[in-house]
Design a protein around this ligand. Structure first.
Ligand code: ADP
Ligand code: MG
Length: 227
């Protein structure tokens, strides 16, 4: 029996294999991370401990890249719950605050009154983290990231504003294309993941950017149909 595959089917298969491999790589990484933490804690000198912390941070970075990649490859939504985006944001806040504080940057959450909507909280966390991380990375020295939630017409809006240098207009079209990055050690997977997650929630992403900063708006319909 010979199975003929179209170009698209073959691409799809490669994608599935890549996603499978990415998934399998995570398990050994988790083991290594656990032992690094264990060994690092036993060390006597701060200098040695810092090396272990660095190794763990690098593993976490690799893990984040895999998370983004898997999210793009998966292309289907996980289970959704009637939840409030404010709650997801409050949960992430300490993590984001620690991240920005260490770089002399600030993060402000202006929490508005918004209704619960059908979301997959893990995916929404990933979307929030990716947008905030980009905002932080866009600001070279200090600055504030302002996160807002509010209702606007038929939408629940989540916005992230930074005080970075803005996005060059010639790049605007390319944003969200997998692997498009202008950073030396960027992956170009962050925004692509965000657009995918937004799509799956029937949400729209709009960008306002100037030399004084960039704001990403994620507009969710107040009523999201469960697929
Ligand atoms: P990465 O962060 O790894 O470069 P992303 O997909 O997250 O990948 O972002 C792609 C590109 O979009 C970035 O390299 C940067 O040029 C641009 N970008 C995204 N967010 C911002 C922002 N808040 N300010 C300025 N540029 C941004
Ligand atoms: Mg990014």
């Amino acid at each position: 029996l010979q199975i003929k595959m179209t170009h698209l089917e073959r691409l799809n298969l490669v994608g599935q294999m890549a996603a499978g491999i990415a998934h399998e790589i995570r398990n050994p990484m988790t083991t290594v991370r656990g032992y690094l933490q264990l060994l690092g804690n036993r060390l006597e000198y701060q200098e040695q401990r810092s090396t272990f912390e660095l190794m763990i941070e690098e593993l976490d970075r690799a893990n984040m890249i895999i998370t983004d990649f898997l999210s793009i490859a998966k292309n289907s939504t996980g289970e959704r719950y009637n939840q409030n985006i404010n709650q997801v944001m409050r949960h992430l806040y300490p993590l984001l605050e620690a991240d920005t504080y260490s770089q002399n940057k600030k993060i402000v959450f202006e929490e508005g009154e918004i209704p619960d909507i059908l979301i997959n909280p893990e995916e929404i966390s990933q979307l929030i983290l990716n947008l905030c991380r980009n905002g932080v990375e866009a600001m070279e020295v200090g600055g504030t990231i302002t996160i807002r939630t509010y209702v606007e017409d038929a939408h629940v809006v989540f916005s992230v504003a930074d005080e970075g240098g803005g996005i060059h207009s010639e790049y605007l079209d390319k944003l969200g294309t997998p692997f498009f990055t202008t950073k030396e050690s960027g992956t170009g997977l962050g925004l692509s993941t965000c657009y995918n997650i937004a799509d799956r929630h029937n949400a729209r992403i709009d960008i306002e950017s100037s030399a004084n900063g960039t704001t990403f708006f994620v507009r969710f319909p107040r009523v999201i149909k469960n697929q």
